[in-house]
Write a protein that binds this ligand. Structure first.
Ligand SMILES: [Mg+2]
Length: 278
């Protein structure tokens, strides 16, 4: 197990000077797959979305939200005194649409957008990474325009190329993405997730987003809990571990900085529902 990586855990690792770090530069351990303890209402709760609260869909826009999930988030939010935040790669606008009428604290685009518990939205602006994304955009669009099953998701602040419809092209797609990334490796990081490669600014990640929430009310002083399922969530698990909190990785046991595991999206929702007051 140690040292092995599953296909959905292959990372882009760039450790040379001048190249921005990725979560993989932090030491990872083989995750215990033991289930987490019951959720403590005193904790600050951070939840990834796709693959954690929602089953992953063939395309992001096809994701299904169970009818009772927004109400569950509302109950948990009340129970945790509003110290509950979604931590997602999706834009805030998509999160609000998916979970309406719930609209609490949330970090979108891996932290490029962050809505505090009081409703104030912070947006990270970085001209260098924006220019690098502008140069990459037409190249990725050309890759996805050949009708071969690739989908470019242009989130504005990040660019994601999905290949779920053509998993047999994984090696080729990742090699092409690596080559493109070399042109902008000082300002962008390349994340290889579940059937997706994503270019995002070096200046944001889910660990930084969680740390920002924990520095302000109502999160400050609360022991943090973070549930996630994918490569980008490891930044969050590293931050949680550093603070002595509870990290929970969703899916089969794997190499991770999370100390606990839950096997599936359904098991996450059951674990949350058991913790929520009626
Ligand atoms: Mg996820």
């Amino acid at each position: 197990m140690a040292g092995e990586l599953r296909a959905d855990q292959t990372f882009s690792v760039h450790s040379a000077a001048g190249i921005c770090a990725t979560h993989k530069d932090a030491p990872l351990t083989v995750g215990e797959s033991s289930p987490p303890p019951p959720l403590d209402p005193v904790s600050a709760l951070f939840l990834d979305v796709d693959g954690t609260l929602l089953e992953i869909a063939p395309r992001p826009e096809l994701v299904q939200v169970p009818r009772d999930l927004p109400a569950l988030l509302s109950r948990l939010s009340v129970q945790h005194k509003a110290a509950l935040a979604l931590i997602s790669g999706r834009p805030l606008a998509q999160l609000d649409w998916l979970f309406q009428p719930w609209r609490g604290a949330a970090a979108g685009l891996h932290g490029l957008e962050r809505r505090r518990a009081n409703g104030v939205v912070d947006r990270v602006v970085n001209g260098s990474s924006a220019e690098a994304l502008d140069r990459l955009r037409p190249k990725l669009a050309a890759l996805a325009a050949d009708q071969s099953g690739l989908t470019l998701e242009d989130k504005g602040g990040t660019l994601a190329l999905h290949y779920r419809a053509v998993p047999q092209r994984e090696t080729e797609i990742r090699e092409r993405a690596e080559a493109l990334h070399r042109e902008a490796a000082t300002v962008l990081r390349l994340i290889a997730g579940k059937m997706v490669v994503e270019f995002q600014p070096c200046s944001v990640n889910k660990g930084l987003a969680i740390a920002a929430f924990l520095a302000e009310p109502p999160f400050i002083g609360r022991p943090p809990v973070f549930v996630g399922d994918d490569t980008t969530d490891e930044d969050g698990f590293v931050e949680i571990r550093r603070r002595g909190g509870i990290g929970i990785r969703v899916g089969p046991p794997c190499e991770t900085a999370a100390g606990y595991g839950l096997p599936s999206v359904a098991s996450v929702r059951t674990w949350l529902a058991r913790s929520a007051l009626p």
